[in-house]
Design a protein around this ligand. Structure first.
Ligand SMILES: Nc1nc2c(ncn2[C@@H]2O[C@H](COP(=O)(O)OP(=O)(O)OP(=O)(O)O)[C@@H](O)[C@H]2O)c(=O)[nH]1
Length: 379
């Protein structure tokens, strides 16, 4: 479709207060890849410092949204800004910018911003989400993750994690923060950055579905293998607590990354219902879902992608990206274990057809103790 050709990629740059977002952005806007980037900065409070910094790069435009947090109070303004921008920033009748970067405030939960981008029908005809870039201050990161749930969420939804201030810590400390981030979000590559200096291509074009090529770099996007590797490293394992002493209440102990794989094609209606049930019961705790799905009677793969209770409209790819035709879904959840996730599927094996879920899959992962799992909060 002609209209799809022009979809403009949007990157959401998030990261806790002082974690180096502005430093990074300042460097990035000077790179050729961002020559025609529209940068939308959300300032909390009235100090327009970021604007002054970025305005030095003359080709870039900055839309600054003052007086509120973009993710909540003036979310409508983000929508309006994005809707108007192609016309407002037109040159010779054509949209001037070819990429958008939205910098959130350090305290923002990026999910509502992603929801806006995913659900607004008008925005969907103009833009596509390229990815979420999260800066993590390597020096203060451990303490911030301990005390700030938003910081954990920001890391959990990331497609790329930028580890800043690596000059300030020992290699042991660096290994520790990297391991912790990998446990929270196994798929996101961790990109170490000193004073914001990084090549743009390591952060942009994160491999999400690109309607221009009708393709998806599944390997790059899903990184399903990373989830298997993460399994052995502390999450949800009994011995975890031996390594730390004050971690009982760490926010990221509640966060789990799980990859579910199905060899046989799934029944389409049952799959949809499963997603519906999952999101309506546990939406708030499903931080991020990505998947490539093989539906019965659909020769082509379907890509699903969700943040909390909202799913991107599924997209059918032209072809399977590789020989691997299995359904692969990766989940980053809070307070939901892999067993509980599988438990929602095992509803079907025990014949709870009131959900219309029977026959979703032919082989279902070992259901564990189905009654217990379901009794434990799923039904
Ligand atoms: N030592 C060191 N300092 C850094 C590095 N990157 C950024 N900083 C410093 O960290 C401080 C905070 O960086 P900013 O880029 O302003 O962080 P921010 O995430 O935009 O901060 P907020 O806008 O408050 O959320 C600044 O003083 C930077 O100079 C780094 O790699 N090493």
């Amino acid at each position: 479709m002609a209209g799809e050709q022009a979809l403009i990629p949007i990157s959401v740059l998030t990261g806790f207060l002082g974690s180096g977002k502005t430093t990074l952005l300042n460097h990035l806007v000077r790179m050729p890849e961002l020559r025609r980037a529209l940068v939308i900065i959300n300032e909390f409070g009235a100090v327009g410092l970021d604007h002054d910094l970025i305005a030095r790069s003359n080709e870039d435009m900055v839309v600054e949204m003052m007086g509120g947090c973009l993710c909540c109070t003036i979310r409508g303004d983000l929508r309006a800004t994005l809707r108007d921008a192609p016309w407002r920033f037109a040159r010779e009748g054509r949209c001037w910018f070819d990429r958008v970067v939205i910098e959130t405030t350090g305290l923002a939960d990026p999910a509502p911003i992603l929801h806006t981008l995913m659900t607004d029908p008008q925005l969907r005809t103009l833009y596509r989400l390229d990815g979420v870039i999260t800066t993590v201050d390597a020096f203060n990161g451990m303490a911030t993750l301990d005390s700030q749930e938003e910081a954990v969420r920001q890391a959990a939804v990331a497609d790329r994690i930028v580890l800043t201030k690596i000059d300030l810590l020992s290699s042991d400390a660096r290994r520790e923060i990297e391991a912790r981030l990998r446990a929270i979000n196994p798929a996101a590559p961790i990109v170490p950055v000193l004073h914001g200096v990084i090549e743009a291509d390591r952060l942009f074009d994160a491999g999400l579905y690109n309607p221009e090529t009708k393709s998806l770099d599944v390997q790059r996007w899903l990184q399903a293998e990373a989830y298997d590797a993460a399994h052995g490293h502390g999450h949800g394992h009994g011995d975890h607590h031996h390594h730390h002493h004050h971690d009982v209440n760490r926010h990221d102990d509640r966060i789990r990354a799980t990859c579910l794989t199905f060899d046989a094609p799934l029944r389409a209606e049952a799959f949809e219902r499963w997603i519906d049930i999952l999101t309506s019961l546990k939406g708030a705790d499903i931080l991020r879902v990505k998947g490539i799905v093989h539906l019965r009677d659909h020769p082509r793969p379907v890509v699903v992608h969700g943040v909390q209770h909202l799913f991107h409209p599924p997209v059918e790819l032209d072809d399977w990206p590789s020989e691997d035709r299995r359904t692969r879904m990766v989940f980053i959840t809070r307070d939901i274990t892999a067993d509980q996730l599988r438990g929602t599927l095992s509803l079907m094996t025990i014949g709870l057809d009131r959900f219309g879920l029977q026959g979703l899959v032919e082989q279902i992962p070992a259901p564990g103790v189905p009654g217990g799992v379901i009794g434990g909060g799923w039904a």
